[in-house]
Design a protein around this ligand. Structure first.
Ligand code: 3H9
Length: 698
C-alpha cells in the first residue's frame, strides 16, 4: 500500500501532537504525544480538528485512529485533574468520534487505558497488536471512566463483566480482550495497514457501540456486585460508584447513562480519595529519582542470594522471574532443600493460578543454581544476603563475601534494621555495599527500600535502582538508621498502640479503629500473622542498651513468655480457632493487659476509635518528619509511598503525610501532645511538621 497521497494543514500554535495523513482514500490520525500519548488539552483540540477535517473531506472513505511510539493512548492527562476542565473535554472528543459519519477503526498498539480505551470504544472497529493491554484503571485514581466507558463497555461485553473490569481496574491482555469481544481482531504486522484493510473490507459500514442492545444477566450482575463489595480493599468509593453507574446502564438509555456517568465522575474527581490517589500516582513515579546521582548501573546477569529462608527464597523467585540466573547459597543441605521446595512451591502455584505456563516455570527453575558452597558466588554480578538478622552473622558473611565475590560486584544486604555502614566496614570496599530491603513475600510485594550507606558508591546505588526496575519493583531510597524509613515509622506507630493498651484500650479495639480508618490489618493482627517471636528475640538482644527511663510496655514479652507467638501457635494477641483460624479476642490476653496496667499504677479508661486513630497517625507523622529532618528520606512523598506499599496504609488516604496535610493543624497538634505526654522520656518532637505538610499540600 502506498503511503501519503495527501497531506493536511492543521492550524494550531501548540506543538504538533496529532498527525493527519492520507493513504489512498483513508485518513490516518496518529496521536504523537510522548511519553504515553495522554490526552492533554492541546491533544484533544488537535484530535478534534483532525477528525473534523477528515470527516469534511468527501474523498475520505474511512478513518484510522492510532498512536505513535508503540502506544495507543494511556488515558486522560492525570495532571489536569486538579485543575478546572478545559474544552474540548475528553467526552467531547469521544462523542465526536462516536457521531462521525465515516467508519473509524482504532489501531491499538501498546496501552489503550482509561480515556484511551474510551476513544477506541467510540470507533467502529478495534484492531490490536498481540502485546497490547486494555483496561479502565480509573478506580486506582479514585475515579470511574468519564468519557462514556461505563456505558459503552457494557453494551459490548455485558454488564456483569463490565462491573468486574471497571470496579477493579483490572488490565487485560489481548487473548481475553478478543474472547470477550472488546477487540475485533489481533493483527500481524502494521497496525495502520490492518485497519485500512478492515475499513476497505467493510466499505462504509458503521457499527457504533452506543446502539448495541444491552444483554442483562441479573444473577451475574449481583454476583459481580457482591464480589466487589465484600472486599474492603477493593470497595473504595470509586469502585462502589462504578458498580452503580455501570449497573444503571441496564435501565437508562445511552444518553441518560452518559449524564449519570458524567455527574458521578465530576463528584469523584473533586473528592479526597481521588486527590490522594493522584498524589500517590506521581509520588510513585518520583520515588526512583535520586538527586545528583550520576552513574551508570553495572550490568547484572547473574545474581547470588545468600540464605534460602522465607525471604531468600522469595528474593530468588523475584530474580528468576525477571530472567536472572541465581546462585542460591545455604549453609546446610537440609536448609538448602527446604529453600528449594519453597521456591518450587511458589513456581507451581504460579502455574496453577495461570500466572505462568509450565514451560516458563520449568525454564525459570533451570536458572536456579542451588549450592552449599559460597565459592560458587565468585562470578556473580550482585549478591543479596538474606541470612539471620543478627549483626555478627552479617559481619562474618560480608567479610567472606568480600574475599569470594569478584571485586566489581555489588554486595547487598536484605537487613530491615541493622547498620549498613557497620556491615560495609567489614569489607575492603564499602562503596560496593548497600541495603536492598525486600518486603515479604519478596516475589510479590512491589516495594523495595534501597538503603544507601555512608560509603555506598553512586554506581552501586544506580545498580540497585536498575535492578529494582528489572524486577518490576518500586524502589525508595533511604539513608541509614534503625529501621530505615518504613520499619522506623512503623515502630513509632506500634509503640503508641502498645502504650494505649496500657492506658485502657484492647487489641481488638485498636485493630478495629485502624481497620475502619482503612488499614489492611490492625497492628496486633499483623503481629500475630508475622509471628511474635522474631521481634521478641530482637527486644531481648537490645534489652541491655535500653535506657531504663524509657516507657517500655512489656505486654508483648508477657505473651511470648506464655508461648503465644501468634497464628503459628494459634494464639498471640488473639486466639485462633477452627480451620479458618478466625481471630477472636482472648480473655487471657485481656487479663495480662490489665495486669500490666495495674503494675504501672494506671487506672484504665476507655479510648474511642477517633482518639486511637488520631494518636497513632500523629505518632507516625512525627516520626516521618524526623526521618525527613535527618535526611533519611529524600522527600515527603517517598515516605507515603513506603507506608502505603509496605505497611498496609490505605492508598485512598494517600499516606500519613498526605493525610496530615489535609487535617486541621490544631487537632493534629493536640494528638501530638498526647503522643508526647504518653511516651515520656526520650520522645523527640519533629520541628518542621508545618513546613513538611505545606510542601506535601502544594
Ligand atoms: C482517565 O483516562 C479518565 C477518563 O476515563 C475520563 C476523563 C474525562 N497522564 O508510568 P510511567 C506520565 S484517567 C499524565 O513511568 P510506564 C508519568 O507520570 C487515566 N501523565 O511509564 C511519567 O511521567 P514522568 C487512566 C501520565 O511505561 C511518564 O508518563 N489511565 C499519564 O512504566 C511515564 O509513566 C491511567 O490510569 C497520564 N495518564 O507505564 C494510566 N500516564 O516521566 C496511567 C503516565 O514525568 N498510566 N504519565 O514521571 C500508567 O498506568 C502507566 O504510566 C503506563 C506506562 C502503563 C501507561
Amino acid at each position: 500500500m502506498k503511503p501519503v497521497t495527501a497531506s493536511y494543514t492543521l492550524n494550531d500554535a501548540q506543538p504538533r501532537t496529532v498527525v493527519l495523513r492520507r493513504q489512498s482514500d483513508i485518513a490516518i490520525i496518529e496521536i504523537d504525544h510522548p511519553p504515553v500519548n495522554a490526552m492533554s488539552a492541546h491533544v484533544r483540540r488537535q484530535l478534534l480538528d483532525a477528525l473534523q477535517e477528515a470527516e469534511a473531506d468527501a474523498s475520505v472513505a474511512g478513518i484510522v485512529l492510532t498512536g505513535r511510539g508503540g502506544r495507543f493512548v494511556a488515558g486522560a492527562d492525570i495532571r489536569e485533574f486538579g485543575k478546572p476542565p478545559v474544552a474540548p473535554t475528553l467526552p467531547d472528543v469521544v462523542e465526536a468520534l462516536g457521531r462521525c459519519s465515516k467508519p473509524i477503526a482504532a489501531g491499538i498498539e501498546g496501552q489503550a487505558l482509561g480515556g484511551g480505551l474510551e476513544l477506541a470504544l467510540a470507533c467502529d472497529w478495534r484492531i490490536a497488536t498481540a502485546g497490547s493491554v486494555l483496561g479502565f484503571p480509573e478506580v486506582k485514581l479514585g475515579l470511574i471512566p468519564g468519557a462514556g466507558g461505563t456505558q459503552r463497555l457494557p453494551r459490548l461485553v455485558g454488564v456483569a463483566r463490565s462491573i468486574e473490569l471497571i470496579a477493579t481496574g483490572r488490565i487485560i491482555k489481548i487473548p481475553e480482550a478478543l474472547e470477550i469481544g472488546l477487540i475485533d481482531e489481533v493483527l500481524q504486522g502494521s497496525t495502520v495497514d490492518a485497519c485500512i484493510l478492515q475499513l476497505q473490507k467493510r466499505r462504509g459500514m458503521k457499527r457504533p457501540v452506543s446502539s448495541l442492545p444491552i444483554v442483562s444477566d441479573q444473577a451475574g450482575i449481583d454476583e459481580a456486585r457482591a464480589a466487589v463489595l465484600k472486599n474492603r480493599r477493593i470497595a473504595t468509593e470509586a469502585a462502589r460508584t462504578a458498580v452503580d453507574v455501570v449497573a444503571s446502564a441496564m435501565h437508562l438509555g445511552f444518553d441518560e447513562g452518559l449524564a449519570a456517568e458524567r455527574s458521578a465522575f465530576a463528584k469523584l474527581r473533586g473528592g479526597e480519595e481521588a486527590a490522594a490517589l493522584r498524589y500517590l500516582f506521581f509520588a510513585e513515579r518520583e520515588a526512583p529519582r535520586v538527586a545528583g546521582l550520576d552513574a551508570s548501573p553495572l550490568p547484572v546477569g547473574k545474581a547470588g542470594v545468600v540464605g534460602a529462608g522465607t525471604m531468600g527464597s522469595g528474593i530468588a523467585v523475584a530474580l528468576i522471574n525477571a530472567g536472572f540466573s541465581v546462585v542460591l547459597v545455604e549453609q546446610s543441605t537440609e536448609a538448602l532443600e527446604k529453600g528449594i521446595s519453597r521456591i518450587d512451591e511458589i513456581l507451581s502455584r504460579a502455574v496453577k493460578s495461570g500466572r505462568a505456563s509450565a514451560e516458563t516455570a520449568e525454564s525459570q527453575r533451570k536458572q536456579l543454581i542451588p549450592t552449599t558452597s559460597m565459592t560458587m558466588l565468585g562470578d556473580v554480578d550482585l549478591v543479596i544476603e538474606a541470612a539471620f538478622e543478627v549483626l555478627e552473622v552479617k559481619l562474618d558473611l560480608f567479610r567472606r563475601l568480600d574475599q569470594i565475590v569478584s571485586p566489581q560486584a555489588v554486595l547487598a544486604t536484605n537487613t530491615s534494621y541493622l547498620d549498613i555502614d557497620a556491615i560495609a566496614a567489614a569489607t575492603t570496599n564499602p562503596g560496593r555495599v548497600l541495603g536492598l530491603h525486600f518486603f515479604s513475600p519478596a516475589h510479590v510485594m512491589r516495594l523495595l527500600e534501597i538503603a544507601r550507606g555512608r560509603e555506598t558508591s553512586d554506581e552501586a546505588l544506580a545498580t540497585g535502582l536498575a535492578l529494582a526496575r528489572k524486577l518490576g519493583k518500586l524502589p525508595v531510597v533511604a539513608g541509614v538508621c534503625d529501621g530505615f524509613i518504613g520499619n522506623r515509622i512503623f515502630s513509632a506507630y506500634r509503640r503508641q498502640c502498645e502504650i494505649m493498651l496500657e492506658e485502657g484500650a484492647l487489641p481488638e479495639e485498636i485493630d478495629k479503629a485502624l481497620e475502619t480508618f482503612g488499614f489492611a490489618m490492625g497492628p496486633f493482627a499483623v503481629a500475630d500473622l508475622a509471628g511474635l517471636d522474631i521481634s521478641w528475640s530482637r527486644r531481648k538482644r537490645l534489652a541491655s542498651s535500653r535506657d531504663p527511663r524509657e516507657r517500655y510496655v512489656p505486654i508483648a514479652d508477657m505473651l511470648c513468655e506464655q508461648g503465644r507467638f501468634g497464628q503459628k501457635t494459634s494464639m498471640g494477641w488473639y486466639r485462633y480457632s477452627g480451620t479458618e483460624k478466625r481471630r477472636e479476642p482472648d480473655p487471657v490476653v485481656r487479663a495480662l493487659i490489665e495486669q500490666a496496667s495495674a503494675a504501672r499504677g494506671i487506672e484504665r479508661r476507655s479510648i474511642d476509635a477517633d482518639e486511637i486513630q488520631r494518636r497513632v497517625l500523629a505518632a507516625m507523622v512525627n516520626e516521618a518528619v524526623l526521618v525527613i529532618e535527618e535526611r533519611i528520606a529524600q522527600r515527603a512523598s517517598d515516605i507515603d509511598v513506603v507506608l502505603v506499599h509496605g505497611y498496609g496504609f490505605p492508598p485512598a488516604r494517600g499516606g500519613p503525610l498526605f493525610w496530615a496535610s489535609r487535617q486541621n493543624a490544631a487537632s493534629l497538634n493536640q494528638a501530638l501532645d498526647a503522643v508526647e505526654a504518653s511516651t515520656g522520656f526520650g520522645f523527640r518532637r519533629a520541628q518542621t511538621i508545618p513546613q513538611v505538610l505545606a510542601e506535601v499540600a502544594s
